[in-house]
Design a protein around this ligand. Structure first.
Ligand code: IDP
Ligand code: MG
Length: 148
């Protein structure tokens, strides 16, 4: 089973889309194994987006992601990383397919509502940035025999 880090970004929280975003992934069959609301500080934002340091949009990205509360969720499941990316949609909401979160709710690349880990390695690092080991819960769901 894979873990993926999902963030409902400040625009998603402000627009009242937290439940909708979580619900789409939960209904797909992914299991929530960690969840918290927080406001990122600049140090955490710079570490989370370190791969984009030096790009033209980096400073705007950091100030946006720390501009309000976010909700961080760890979703677990078979192929969770790829499945989350499919549900999230393309980076630019203007190009994202209808039926994806960004395609259905966004119009601007700087306000694309949600983050999803883009690889297994990055997922593992990102989960560790936001959650301690004790905050990730191992439990069984009875419904998993109907999902898998
Ligand atoms: P992703 O969120 O789809 O993985 P990344 O390429 O990792 O996209 O970029 C991280 C975030 O940086 C995006 O979600 C978006 O908010 C922002 N971003 C990416 N490219 C641009 C851009 O060209 N202009 C403004 N913001 C951008
Ligand atoms: Mg990314």
């Amino acid at each position: 089973m894979e873990n993926s880090l999902v963030l409902v970004k400040p625009d998603g929280v402000q627009r009242g889309l937290t439940g909708e975003i979580i619900s789409r992934m939960e209904r797909k069959g992914l299991k929530i194994v960690g969840m918290k609301m927080l406001q990122m500080d600049e140090a955490l934002a710079r570490r989370h987006y370190a791969i984009h340091e030096g790009k033209a949009f980096f400073d705007d990205l950091v100030s946006f992601i720390i501009s309000g509360p976010i909700v961080a969720i760890v979703f677990q499941g078979k192929n969770a990383v790829e499945i989350v990316r499919q549900i999230v949609g393309a980076t630019d909401p203007a190009k994202a397919d209808a039926g994806t979160i960004r395609g259905d709710f966004g119009v601007d690349i700087g306000h694309n509502l949600v983050h999803g880990s883009d690889s297994l390695d990055n997922a593992s690092n990102e989960v560790d940035l936001f959650f301690s080991r004790e905050e990730i819960l191992a439990y069984k769901r009875d419904l998993d025999r109907w999902v898998y």
